[in-house]
Each structure stands twice: as C-alpha cells, then as structure tokens.
Design a protein around this ligand. Structure first.
Ligand code: RET
Length: 292
C-alpha cells in the first residue's frame, strides 16, 4: 500500500510558500505596502545617520556611518524583494496568482543581505561601548563567526519550507545552536559595556540587551511560520514580521546607538555633542560642568 505524499516533488522545489498561494487583492496590496515602507524607511535614514555623525566625538562617528551603510545595503535588498513581489503575481480570476510568467518569489536574498549587515550591526556594539581596541577586534570576530554560520545554515534550511519541513526543522535547529552561541558572545560584550560605561549611561547597555533579544528573536519565528499553513494570511504576516524585525534591528537599533554615543561624546567633553543635548538634563549638566 502506498500513501500519497502530502507535498508533491514539484511543490518542494518552489522554495518559498509565496509561490504556492493565491492572494486576495487585500493580501497582495498589504505585501507590496509592507515591502515598500521597509525599503523607503531604510533609504530615508541614510541621511539621518550621516548627518548625526557630525555631532559626535571623532571616535564614535563610525557608529552612525556603519548604520548608513546598513541602510543602503538593506534598502537595496528590500527594493529587490519588492520588485520581485510585483513581478511574481498576476491578477487573474479575481485573485493574485503566484508565479506569473514563470517568475518565482524568494526570501533567500534577505539571507544574502544579512551576511553583510549582521557583521556590521554586531561590530557597532563594541565600538559604541568604547571597548579597548584589542578587545573590540576579538569580541567582534567572536560574534561574527556564529552570526554568519547562523545565517548560512538558515539560508540552506529555508528552501525546505515548501517540502515536508524536515529540512526546514533540521537546519533551523542547527542555526539556532549558532544563534545561542551568538547570544552568549553578545552578552559578553554587554557585560563589558556595563562595566565600561559612565554610571549615568549604564542603563543603556542593560536595556539594549533585552532589545537585542526581543528583536533578533523575531527572525526565527518568521522562518518557522510556514508550518502553520500555506495561506495568504501567513504569507503576509511573515513579510510583516520580517519588516518589523528589519526596522527594529537595523534602523531603530542604529538610532539608539547614535543617541547613546551622542550622550557619551557629551560626557567625554565633546562640545558639539553637549550643545546638541543642551535642552536635556544631561546637556545642561555637561554645560554647567564646563562652567557655562
Ligand atoms: C534563522 C534560521 C532559523 C533559526 C534562527 C535564525 C535566526 C536569524 C536571525 C537573523 C538576524 C538578522 C538580522 C538582520 C539584519 O540585517 C537564520 C532565521 C535562529 C537572528 C539582524
């Protein structure tokens, strides 16, 4: 007796569930909108990060510059996802049908992009928290290695989301092992950062730790989501989760680090930073310390 496989071989080669599910016009438009807002936000913030670097003490200027690079790189990748989304569906029979003209949608480009952005995001941490140079190099490398292995194993696994989920789950677990290793390394950096921080600012690395866990933790949820069903809602919710994660881990994270290094620049006596903060209690404290 043979049992019918739940998923056909043809389906399994399609990579991502986007290629299997017809969308209502509402779902299709939401998907377009989510991707468009994401790339638009990333591109717009290039300017914010470049301009904010001018207010910082020289040693910290690289922090928002790195965010600007991440914005450009992620913006291009998300624009590619948006264009692919638009090309992959055709409106026929009252629904948006996938694989229009043989074009398939893929989330794999995201993982390629993370290979660039994740090492930059991780390296920003020890620079912003002013770890000593040899420690910075050592710590950055120790975060980048599990970070990249996490992404590449996840990239391989995500092609299994249209199959029977064996590949998705096995490589998802392997990737999670690297994620746990990465989390341990990040905790090490945060601990040094707390020890190394001016007392007024020690709460920043403490809070950033929880922010890191909450926002990076969204990606594995998005990865696992197709297991809840091949439906239009799942397709849209997954793009939404990716988008929330992208804006939080790159854009808002960059804003937080830029504000932290602005305060730190002011406390270290850099006048333009103190002036930029003049209206806040910290700014006036620095100003009065200077005798203004
Ligand atoms: C994967 C595969 C499933 C298991 C885990 C994953 C974690 C991914 C993460 C990605 C972070 C990406 C960022 C990108 C910024 O540009 C690969 C989805 C744990 C944490 C921060």
């Amino acid at each position: 007796m043979t049992t019918e496989p739940a998923i056909s071989g043809a389906q399994a080669v399609l990579g991502n569930i986007e290629n299997l599910v017809p969308l209502t016009s509402g779902q299709y438009t939401m998907g377009s909108l989510i991707l468009m807002v994401s790339y638009g936000a990333h591109f717009a913030f290039i300017l914010y990060f470049i301009m904010s670097s001018f207010q910082l003490a020289p040693r910290y200027r690289i922090v928002p510059i790195m965010s600007a690079i991440v914005m450009a790189s992620a913006g291009l990748s998300l624009m590619r996802e948006f264009n692919l989304w638009e090309a992959s569906y055709a409106f026929t029979g009252g629904m948006y049908q996938p694989m229009a003209e043989g074009e398939t949608f893929s989330n794999a480009f995201r993982y390629g992009n993370w290979t660039i952005t994740v090492p930059i995001l991780l390296t920003q941490l020890p620079i912003a928290f002013a770890l000593s140079r040899p420690e910075l190099h050592k710590r950055a490398l120790r975060m980048i290695i599990p970070g990249v292995l996490m992404i590449w194993t996840g990239l391989y696994g995500q092609f299994g989301e249209t199959g029977d989920f064996t590949r998705l789950n096995i490589w998802g677990v392997i990737s999670t092992v690297f994620f746990v290793w990465l989390i341990i390394e990040v905790r090490g950096v945060i601990t040094s950062a707390i020890a190394n921080s001016p007392p007024q600012l020690a709460v920043w690395p403490k809070n950033l730790w929880y922010y890191f866990l909450a926002t990076w933790g969204i990606y594995p949820i998005a990865y696992a989501l197709p297991q809840l069903g091949f439906t239009g809602d799942i397709v849209v919710v997954r793009q939404l989760l990716f988008s929330i994660a992208d804006i939080s881990t790159k854009l808002l994270y960059g804003v937080i680090l830029s504000r932290y290094v602005l305060r730190r620049s002011a406390l270290e006596g850099y006048v333009p930073a103190a002036e930029a903060l003049e209206t806040s209690p910290l700014g006036s404290k620095v100003a009065s310390a200077r005798g203004d």
